[in-house]
Design a binder for this molecule. Structure first.
Ligand SMILES: C[S@@+](CC[C@H](N)C(=O)[O-])C[C@H]1O[C@@H](n2cnc3c(N)ncnc32)[C@H](O)[C@@H]1O
Length: 379
């Protein structure tokens, strides 16, 4: 059975667990340390724990940090249910009426007043950064915050895509033109049901270090990381595809962010409309990887772009690997075509990529001792 934590919340440009599982099983052994420096929804770290490896994950985005930490540091279901009961009993609808009425137009169309009232209360009450339990409640809210109205009743919003949050003016126009009205949802009831459903597969356990920062700062933390890092499985932001801050603005709002989309607040490197800046970023990525990865470590990179051919992507990725300052070789590569992008259904022509490449690199193969050691060399 698929682990129920994987689908807690979708993430744009996420990879499926089969991708992480395949490489973890091919390249590592139980107890090894697996890193994902761009963790997104936390699939690498979750799979690593489920496969008895240790995990390190890092991301600049609050949504990514919240999801990855919740999946890898989950509270017990009984604790989670208790917390939901306490939260529900502390909720007084009348206290939130003024805040609901003062909310920007987008929120009045996006959510039924009663749903918005409960969301505003949870947003102010949850200590998602400091409490594991509140972190899981927040992750469950993020997973239900927006999505399709027709397919299931588990989303709080008016009609929206699940993966990205559409922009306020566009969304309001979309709802007005189609006369779509936000459904009334019992947020607490829905969260309890989601919690029970997600915990039908036992939560992953084991050592996980989840970092909320720019991956280029990993080099400053090598002392505190469980090392050596044996393997990295990752997909950096894609060239000219999405902005993880702007396109997740509603989830970021729930976690305490502004009531409108932003760019460059969390990271200036989230979208790279210029190829030069992008490849400078990828060179920086390799520089950091060169400093943190263990001897003969493996690195698997999934990369996509709308504007660069797979051949050129691969060429530039391999060329930039020399910035690691280490001997690094491309062992294997695959190209896959993407179909059925979810955002197409809502915003035809949105920036998605059509092709992705997977490249498997290994450090220090050139430094291998090639002769069979004799008893003399072993002494
Ligand atoms: C393609 S997504 C990763 C998706 C992930 N593999 C998954 O399955 O959900 C790229 C991620 O890199 C993060 N990111 C962008 N710049 C970063 C940086 N300098 N350091 C760490 N994370 C960064 C973005 O926030 C985004 O979550």
């Amino acid at each position: 059975m698929r682990h129920r934590f994987h689908a807690i919340c979708p993430y744009f440009a996420m990879f499926p667990e089969s991708f992480a599982e395949r490489w973890i099983s091919e390249l590592t052994r139980p107890g090894d340390v697996v890193l994902d420096p761009f963790s997104g929804r936390g699939t690498t770290a979750t799979c690593a724990l489920l496969m008895q490896r240790r995990a390190i994950a890092c991301d600049v985005n609050d949504v990514a940090y919240c999801l990855t930490r919740a999946k890898t540091n989950a509270p017990a279901l009984a604790t989670l249910k208790r917390r939901l009961t306490i939260l529900q009993s502390g909720y007084v609808a009348t206290k939130w009426r003024e805040a609901v009425e003062a909310a920007p137009e987008f929120f009045r169309y996006a959510f039924h007043d009663e749903t918005l009232s409960q969301l505003l209360y949870l947003r102010s009450e949850l200590k998602w950064k400091s409490s594991r339990c509140d972190g899981m409640v927040a992750a469950l809210v993020l997973g239900s915050l927006h999505g399709e109205m027709d397919k299931s009743s588990s989303y709080f919003s008016n009609q929206m895509p699940r993966t990205i949050s559409t922009k306020p003016a566009y969304s309001v126009r979309f709802w007005q033109e189609r006369e779509l009205v936000a459904p009334q949802r019992d947020v607490f009831g829905l969260l309890r049901a989601r919690a029970i459903y997600r915990y039908e597969t036992p939560p992953p356990t084991g050592d996980a270090v989840i970092l909320h920062r720019d991956m280029r700062q990993l080099t400053r933390l090598t002392e505190t990381l469980p090392g050596p890092i044996n393997c990295a499985i990752m997909s950096p932001p894609y060239l000219d595809v999405t902005n993880f801050e702007e396109d997740q603005w509603l989830r970021l709002w729930f976690l305490g962010g502004p009531t409108h989309p932003t760019r460059g607040r969390l990271s200036r490197d989230d979208r790279h409309e210029s190829s030069d800046a992008y490849w400078r970023f990828i060179a920086d990525m390799w520089r950091s990887m060169g400093q943190v990865m263990g001897h003969r470590a493996n690195v698997v990179v999934r990369l996509g772009s709308r504007i660069t051919s797979p051949e050129k992507l691969q060429h530039l990725l391999v060329a930039s690997s020399r910035f690691s300052g280490r001997d690094v070789k491309l062992v294997h590569q695959e190209i896959s075509e993407l179909k059925n992008r979810q955002t197409d259904a809502f915003r035809p022509g949105t920036k998605g990529c059509l092709v992705e490449i997977d490249c498997h690199f290994q450090f220090d193969i050139g430094n291998m001792v090639r002769h069979t050691p004799t008893s003399e060399t072993l002494v």
